[in-house]
Design a binder for this molecule. Sequence first.
Ligand SMILES: NC(=O)c1ccc[n+]([C@@H]2O[C@H](COP(=O)([O-])OP(=O)(O)OC[C@H]3O[C@@H](n4cnc5c(N)ncnc54)[C@H](OP(=O)(O)O)[C@@H]3O)[C@@H](O)[C@H]2O)c1
Length: 267
Amino acid sequence: MPVELNGSRVLLTGATGGLGQAIARALHARGANLVLTGRKVEVLDGLVAELGDRVEAKPLDLSDDGSLRGFCAETGSVDVLVANAGIPGTGKLTEYEPEQVDRVIDVNLRAPVQMTHALLPGMLERGRGHLVYVSSMSGKVATARSSLYNGTKFGLRGFAYAVREDLRGTGVGVTTVFPGFISGAGMWADSGLDLPRGIRTKSPEQVADAVIEGIEKDKAEIDVAPLFVRLGGWLAGPAPNLVAAINKRGGGEDIADSLADSQRDKR
Ligand SMILES: NC(=O)c1ccc[n+]([C@@H]2O[C@H](COP(=O)([O-])OP(=O)(O)OC[C@H]3O[C@@H](n4cnc5c(N)ncnc54)[C@H](OP(=O)(O)O)[C@@H]3O)[C@@H](O)[C@H]2O)c1
């Protein structure tokens, strides 16, 4: 049976980011008790002041394995994990320092896996829980200048699908959310770039709605992207070269170069 959010304790990573803040507001409006994490203490404090009751803010650097393990051990029982934190990982692999490579893998993939490993036994014991992973349409479609981001987001998707199979009948559900380009706030909006004509965006609130829907209906996966982008996701499995060619013809590589430049400070 899907988890009722009202009164449930929800741990949200990346709460300080563009999508995370919208997800925090939506979960709070559903009556959840929130544990919000991120590194930007002032943004966490702002959310606590804005939301008022039922919110704990716990600063955490997900790239620090020791801090992550300590956090999971001390955080108490969690009914729902929303693993939303992520870093862009755009640009050519060869432009990265080894420690920057580690950071992308740590934040985007290792942390959600380790948090699941730490929190799942409690959920199984109670026979109740839900795991939400915020992947990306880049978890379905591989594009130029995105090897680290694609690698971690494809990996998160595979992990989530397999965990969902393992958890059938246990009372613990799993949802993967796949945002496309999100305007208004978040890592794409921060880049300040324009998309080619005809490619539309979705909002952070629509991503938050998908997280809520995933939990309340125990949905396996939800794309938050317009039809054209979702079509790319469907086609990329059987015809990855075709999708790459369409992307290239539409100026995808130039946009990817500009995006990597604008996101250099997030490595
Ligand atoms: N925006 C989009 O268009 C889009 C599209 C597809 C998928 N996504 C995915 O959606 C999720 C949220 O992205 P967003 O757009 O909200 O990005 P964002 O605004 O850049 O926020 C990223 C979040 O991740 C957290 N984070 C980064 N490094 C961290 C670290 N070392 N330790 C702890 N937290 C860390 C940041 O917190 P601190 O800086 O406070 O640490 C922040 O809360 C990501 O997984 C992203 O890949 C976004």
